[in-house]
Design a protein around this ligand. Structure first.
Ligand code: 5GP
Length: 297
């Protein structure tokens, strides 16, 4: 049976969008902004992800130094058909491809060491969870504590989660030049990163992690070009919506506002130095810390 005209139009639009998204992933891997193993992880964990729909050949083409002949030869050795999609690999094939990618395309950082890593990404992608994991498991990484004009949520601790300040105090901090960056987030409250603790941590040789929004990330880039900007991605858009709604701590109006912000924020991923997919908190946290050239405690 032929699908109705509207469905076909929507279907072809979806196909075009998926092709574009796959091309963007290839570019990110080629530019070493995203790890090839991370792409495989997402495909394995999320059958509905764009990654799952990528051909193994396409992923290998994105790895610098691999031409068509070598790809053929390697796929032969891995016993994987060139037309296979990442989401359609058997367990053993996944294992063989993973070992191959770990060896052939490690996600390492070159260039000068940077102690400052900015973790940004769309709302509810899990930045806070990844940051908390890092705070717990990597004690030599300092987490920047922001000031905010929003009220504390249940369980949040003054001086640990945030410094909760009123508008007058926030104004004073701006006027005194105490912020490395600050922004109005979700068109609502103000959030800012105090500069002094960051300078102190860097002077002491510690890594510093900033978990801030994208406008803040842009300001840090301008103020400190050596900072590494990491964008945390959800495995799929559906997953992001699930997380956003699942938190259940915000009103419907606030959720809608955050969803809109998330959409705009996702579009900004290409401005970032590295893309990390939050398939699994521990793996994502390790990837972020690796980018800081720090070791596991
Ligand atoms: P929440 O209110 O859920 O704790 O945070 C809302 C958003 O504000 C998150 O996207 C978080 O990354 C961002 N944010 C937290 N602290 C800062 C900050 O100091 N500066 C900027 N620009 N954004 C921040």
């Amino acid at each position: 049976m032929k699908p109705p005209e509207v469905d076909r139009a929507a279907g072809s639009r979806a196909a075009v969008a998926a092709r574009r998204a796959r091309a963007a992933i290839k570019t990110a891997v080629r530019e070493k902004r995203r790890s090839a193993v991370g792409v495989l992880d997402t495909a394995q964990g999320h059958p509905d992800s764009i990654e799952a729909g990528m051909r193994v050949t396409d992923l290998l083409q994105a790895i610098p130094g691999l031409g068509p002949v070598r790809i053929r030869r390697n796929l032969d050795k891995l016993e994987i058909s060139p037309s296979k999609r990442l989401g359609g690999l058997g367990l053993h094939q996944q294992g063989r491809l993973r070992s191959y990618l770990e060896q052939r395309a490690p996600f390492s950082v070159s260039g000068p060491e940077s102690r400052l890593v900015v973790l940004a990404g769309p709302t509810a992608v899990g930045k806070g969870t990844v940051a908390s994991f890092i705070r717990e498991k990597f004690p030599d990484v300092s987490l920047s504590v922001s000031a905010t004009t929003r009220a504390p949520r249940p369980g949040e601790v003054e001086g640990v989660s945030y410094y909760f300040v009123d508008d007058a105090e926030f104004d004073r901090m701006i006027a005194a030049g105490e912020f490395l960056e600050w922004a109005v987030v979700h068109n609502h409250h103000r959030y800012g990163t105090p500069r002094a603790p960051i300078d102190a941590a860097i002077a002491a040789g510690n890594g510093v992690l900033l978990e801030i929004d994208i406008q803040g990330a842009r300001q840090v880039r301008a103020a400190m070009p050596e900072a590494r900007l990491v964008f945390l991605l959800p495995p799929t858009w559906d997953e992001l919506v699930r997380r956003l709604i699942g938190r259940g701590t915000e009103s419907e109006e606030e959720q809608a506002r955050r969803l809109k912000t998330a959409e705009v924020e996702l579009a900004a991923q290409n401005e970032f130095d590295f893309l990390v997919v939050n398939n699994d908190v521990e793996a994502a946290a390790s990837e972020v810390v690796d980018l800081m050239n720090r070791r596991i405690a």
